[in-house]
Design a protein around this ligand. Structure first.
Ligand code: SF4
Length: 246
């Protein structure tokens, strides 16, 4: 199926999400809460675009809009600019400490909303990507707590979590850098806990916390890794060479 995005003909499969089609064709649609490993979040609404179908136009979130017919898409129309600007302005109010959002506000001409106050000042936009990452990739150590303006992401009772393995997945997917992670190559601190890092037994590079390596091994039904990825690849290549020759 062919659709047009900003006048560019783009091939796509029926049911494919618009954001995915645009990115595959090199067309930039800004977004915050979209992550390729955790698609379909649709919390931030920054990825809005205008879709025109049989002469009718509407604004949709491109990350969860499946292409079903030969539509025309505009990523930068006046309607899109107005809506995206407003979304960013509100996110900036919620998370004024986020440099990413401040930059996007400047980049996409978000209006100043001096009199609107949404929540306390920090970097979190409550998109929930970190909660999903922890639940889907790891252990479900964090969740959304409270309601309204006091809503936030936290460990149970704001105490250091007993189940967190210090993998850092939550911090890696966070689009605004709201989750504090300190890693000095020896220890990693996150959510009020400090974890010792295990080193590759061959090259000495840190490969993760003992807890995350044990969890990964438990899921895979193997022993915890003792080698980093690079050394494991080299070891595998040597085994293959010894078995099948160069
Ligand atoms: S660091 Fe802890 S809270 Fe974050 S994803 Fe890993 S287990 Fe979950």
């Amino acid at each position: 199926m062919i659709i047009t995005i900003d006048g560019v003909a783009c091939e796509c499969e029926k049911g494919e999400f618009l954001l995915q089609v645009a990115r595959r064709n090199g067309i930039v649609i800004p977004s915050l809460c979209h992550h390729d490993s955790l698609p379909g979040q649709a919390s931030c609404r920054v990825c809005v675009v205008e879709v025109v179908e049989q002469g009718r136009s509407r604004i949709v979130a491109s990350c969860v809009f499946p292409v079903e017919s030969e539509i025309q898409v505009f990523t930068n129309s006046e309607k899109v600019k107005a809506q995206r600007g407003m979304v960013l302005a509100l996110l900036h109010k919620r998370a004024p400490d986020s440099e990413t959002i401040a930059w996007m506000c400047r980049q996409y001409g978000a209006p100043e909303l001096a009199r609107v106050s949404v929540g306390k000042a920090d970097k979190c936009i409550l998109c929930g990507l970190c909660v999903r990452a922890c639940a889907e990739l790891s252990v479900g150590a964090i969740s959304t707590v409270n309601r309204g303006v006091t809503k936030q992401i936290a460990t149970p009772y704001h105490e250091p979590s007993t189940v967190c393995v210090g993998c850092g997945s939550c911090a890696r997917v966070c689009p605004t850098g709201a989750i504090q992670l300190e890693d000095d190559g020896v220890r990693r601190s996150i959510w009020g806990r400090t974890f010792q890092l295990v080193r590759c037994e061959r090259c000495g590079e840190p490969i993760g916390t003992r807890e995350e390596l044990e969890l990964a091994a438990q899921k895979a039904g193997t022993e915890p890794d003792t080698l980093c990825q690079a050394c494991r690849k080299q070891q595998m290549a040597r085994v293959l060479a010894d078995t099948f020759g160069d």
